[in-house]
Ligand binder design. Sequence first.
Ligand SMILES: [Zn+2]
Length: 386
Amino acid sequence: MPNAYLPMVAASEPRLLRRLRALVEIESPSHDKAAVDRAGALVAGWAEELGGQVKRHKQRQFGDVLELRFGASKTQVSRARPGAPAPGRVLLLGHLDTVWPLGTLARMPWREADGRLYGPGVLDMKAGVVMALEAIAAAKQLGMERPVTLLLNSDEEIGSRVSRPITEKVARTCSAVFVLEPAQGLAYKTARKGVGQYELRVQGVAAHAGVDFGSGHSAVLEMARLLQTVAGFTDLGRGLTVNPGVVRGGTQSNVVAAECFASVDVRIAKASHAVRVERLFRSLKVTDNACTLTVTGGINRPPMERSAGTVRLFKQARSLAKQAGWVLDEAATGGGSDGNFTAALGVPTLDGMGAVGAGAHAAHEHVVQRHLVERTALLAAMIVGE
Ligand SMILES: [Zn+2]
């Protein structure tokens, strides 16, 4: 139970805070391989101190993906339930990259005020990374027999294109995935929407708006009609949202526009909605037949549905939290994470197990310090799987 881990985690809180500051002070924007690798080197060193094996999945364009393995390498009998099979390998899933460009620290330095810890990437998700290491340390001290992998990706904030196959490969060897993304308020996340992006391009026919209006076919007008249709795909009751977030088109007000472009964000609550959304976008038709429409894109993160396996993990966490005297809630979110990929494989996934705070991707990004110890203790208890 988390109570057993609390004193250990509390005793190591100064180290947790020291490490968090050190990691925040190594800026690690997704697009800067050298920077992300510097952050990775620091974390790999801490993992080695803990007896972890470090495997670097080398990347050319982005930072290397770090696979850190701890604990028993073959199945052992759980101490908690003698005779019962030990829980399988658990995957702790996080990322090293942040949305903040190099130089952000100069105007947004590490700062502690009113029990809050500020700095670029502190909440999303450097705190989650150091919490994972402290949770593993505490679990090891109490005789952890369960094998643990901490996988730290390098391109999560830009869509996890290179890390996704690695995440999926590692997740397939695990019986549970704990995602170290920030909590939703105080809650763990048991469902996330799937995410997609579609691009619409309309090609019209340019003409002088005064001299030759009749021979023009406006791409802008055609796009306006299409976006009305696209916006109508939203079905709030089903958790399906469609947002045309970007539109660009035309050159001058006195020219009938020859081109228009739109980028549309799509969120789906159920994997089965992906087919429906795909069909809707592919069946879009122009009204003005002199215009042509091209549609590209698709759903790129499947939803993390509130599966039975996820609910089981959440109930376990809630009862452990209760034993420690606090109430843990669950929440659903429209945002995606790498947990979407592991959940879609059918591996029970619980998300939002990182820090409590606010302002991810915003200038006031911060972690609330007083929750760090209890959340890390709960993570340790969940890792051990008692
Ligand atoms: Zn994140």
